[in-house]
Design a binder for this molecule. Sequence first.
Ligand code: ADQ
Length: 460
Amino acid sequence: MSRLVVVSNRVAPVAEDQPSAGGLAVGVHGALKQSGGIWFGWSGEIVDAPPETPTLYQQDSVGYATIGLSRRDYDQYYRGFSNGTLWPTFHYRTDLSRYDRKEYAGYLRVNAWLVEKLKPILRPDDLLWVHDYHLLPFARMCREAGIANRIGFFLHIPFPVEPVLRTVPPHRELTEAMCAYDLLGFQTDDDCTAFSDYARRQLGAVPQAPGVLAVGRRRVRVGTYPIGVLPDEIQEQSQTHSNSRQILNLKQGLHQRRLIMSVDRLDYSKGLVERFQAFERLLEMAPAHRGKVSFIQIAPPSRSDVEMYRNIRRQLESAAGRINGRWTDLTWTPIRYINKNYDRLMLMSLFRASQIGYVTPLRDGMNLVAKEYVAAQPADDPGVLVLSEFAGAARELGDGALLVNPYDTDGMAQALGRALIMPVEERKERHQQMMRRLRENDLDRWRDRFLADLRGDEFA
Ligand code: ADQ
């Protein structure tokens, strides 16, 4: 079997005995262990003078090749075009998106530079698997550098519909560059269709067979590969801390109150302010729940050197302060807004200890928290998932979750109210349905399907 080379913006080593990482890291690491291979990308460091060659090291049978970025590269490629333009636009927040030609030039420059650094390590029969929006033109740069290897790409975030994508001025150049990949993978059928429709209308792509587009002289395959979790592993993880002092103290402190749980990176796409408002609406609409339910939001800051992220943090602190100021009494604080990271075992145990998983992004590629919440539940007394219809996960979990529109405050409050009184039989039935889907589309299947399609003979 050919060697696998994974390329992603950040390289996240996974230690064998440390179950701390989420989906991408675990899925990719598993693939690298199976076929042997290398994970290449940014080390996470900003350096005065980027080195000539990447740092190579081996950990638990997986090779890593990482490299630092200069301040200018970081500002233009990562903070600028990737997170100031592509991230907001691909999450339909054109109001938050900005475009700067210098940043775009930096984005292209760093993609080409990464290709130059990877090239000496590559063997002719290596299979390349490139991840996410930071690297849309990576394959184009490879082709220009004479790299003819098979290259697949997986987009972890949504792919926007044509009118939204067109707000990014170099949209055509970017999508043409994407066609230099052999296989393009998306989280949902909606994302895959959005790309294919765009390619037909703007690039003159012609569908040749199901999932195959001819674009000029190139043929590119497109497909849907919903990323998943490992349900059995999460079940186990969720029980490790069940009797720990922290969880027991938490339960004791709740005094039989029901617990609503949310966990996110602090990001405007996650709909946190809307979520807080809907929780407050529940307290307004349903006096019976006052003093009987607590809401814990865990959201450590991310990308905090980007102005937009500082704003969302301020908004959230003010919403939590206002709501708590209005409702808190001597023995009850309705919202606990926690700004720090927890390790994975503790998170899964917290999911298991809560009666509602409250996952309401305004837009999300998949949302693994929703899947982890379901997998962590006890089968005989499971909690209820309240899930935004705009998360990719809603495509698979829509039958078992209570789907909500995060722009509808009353609707979300109603769903919370319904979840709080849902009888155990209905909760079990819904949970079983969702577990079936989680098992069908688990993390191993995501990776295996993608790599099988990338290795397939269809390209010959
Ligand atoms: P993210 O936007 O980071 O990922 P998500 O999929 O929900 O969103 O979370 C990733 C992982 O981080 C999960 O395993 C979660 O448990 C963990 N995590 C989140 N908040 C945490 C916290 N406060 N402390 C510790 N761990 C935390 C992007 C896309 C998603 C897509 C994933 C994978 O935006 O739509 O599902 O990639 O493809």
